[in-house]
Ligand binder design. Structure first.
Ligand SMILES: [Zn+2]
Ligand SMILES: [Zn+2]
Length: 316
């Protein structure tokens, strides 16, 4: 049991440690989930006010917050940050897998003093997160789900939570074994988790912040804006989650003037929750048939084809 790993009120439930499954399951009571959701809304409300004022100063289009796109991102946010995904999807799967993965529980970081253990954990997971993200763009099945995140054409800070539940589950499960091998440092975890979430949310705000000389090291809103750029030459770049240094090291970084158009050209997905939930399965079906039939994917699945470009070349 990892003390302090979960907010006792259940507002923030961390995704990746099966040892918390017992705690997660104990949150399945409706009152706990409602409390969790209310707290998440309160925290995000404060965050919204701060970003709204910052975006106002930078002249951003605040009409985005009145759009259907924003409403959908609110639903995703409530689903993930309110604890519903963790309780009803992740906990059930991780709970079933945990007995089979016991051999991986090496807890290697326990030999290191704080805060070295946490810093190392954070860097290793960010490095793996970079490669998982690249895989999500290179593998047709994973791209089908991940493209939901890229379907937002009017990004706000809540777009960070626009993720298909199946894609989210696959990404979490890929990270499960590394997390078990390392073991999760418990000290100061919760506050850093909140900071990480806030940091990733800011990346999706309409702020042209590049963080100056830190641009090649940490992911800024400008850096991540390229990743959401409408053209393929942009959205198969800048995969970093927290550190942009991986993109610079492995030749997938791009920069310049912040793109103004977001989304993916040719993505067969409409701005509706049903379409976003169902379209990935249709994309996979189309791709599967093209593979079996030895034909190229149909024009409607152009985004899927683009997603299969495994290792983008550096623009230099
Ligand atoms: Zn992506
Ligand atoms: Zn994003």
């Amino acid at each position: 049991m990892q003390e302090g790993f979960i907010d006792p009120g259940g507002v923030l439930v961390v995704l990746s440690d099966p040892s918390v499954v017992g705690q997660l399951v104990s949150l399945t009571g409706l009152p706990a989930l409602v409390r969790s959701a209310v707290k998440a809304i309160g925290l995000l409300g404060v965050f919204f006010v701060v970003l709204w004022m910052l975006e106002r100063r930078s002249g951003a289009d605040r009409g985005r917050y009145l759009s259907r796109n924003f409403l959908h991102d609110c639903v995703y946010t409530l689903f993930y940050q309110g604890g519903f995904y963790n309780v009803f999807i992740y906990a059930a799967v991780a709970n079933a897998l945990q007995p089979r993965l016991a051999m991986f529980e090496l807890d290697l970081l326990r030999f290191l003093p704080a805060p070295v253990d946490f810093v190392l954990y954070w860097i290793i997971l960010d490095f793996l997160g970079y490669w998982v993200h690249r895989l999500e763009h290179a593998n047709p099945v994973l791209w089908s789900f991940h493209s939901v995140h890229h379907s937002q054409e009017r990004m706000t800070f809540l777009t960070t939570f626009r993720n298909h539940p199946v894609g989210m589950l696959i990404a979490n499960l890929i990270m499960l074994i590394p997390v078990l091998v390392l073991g999760i440092p418990t000290r100061v975890w919760l506050i850093l988790y909140v900071m990480q979430q806030a940091f990733e949310a800011v990346q999706h705000a309409e702020l042209d912040w590049g963080y100056g000389r830190l641009y090649p090291i940490v992911v800024s809103p400008r850096f991540h804006a390229f990743h959401h750029g409408r053209e393929a030459r942009y959205h198969h770049r800048n995969y970093g989650k927290l550190l942009s240094v991986w993109d610079h090291v492995f030749g997938t970084a791009t920069g310049g003037v912040r793109p103004s158009r977001f989304g993916v050209d040719g993505l067969p997905m409409r701005e509706s929750l049903i379409s976003q939930l169902v379209s990935p399965f249709r994309m996979i079906w189309t791709w599967g048939r093209s593979v079996v039939g030895g034909t190229t994917p149909a024009a409607g699945s152009v985004a899927l084809t683009a997603g299969r470009a495994s290792v983008p070349r550096s623009e230099g």
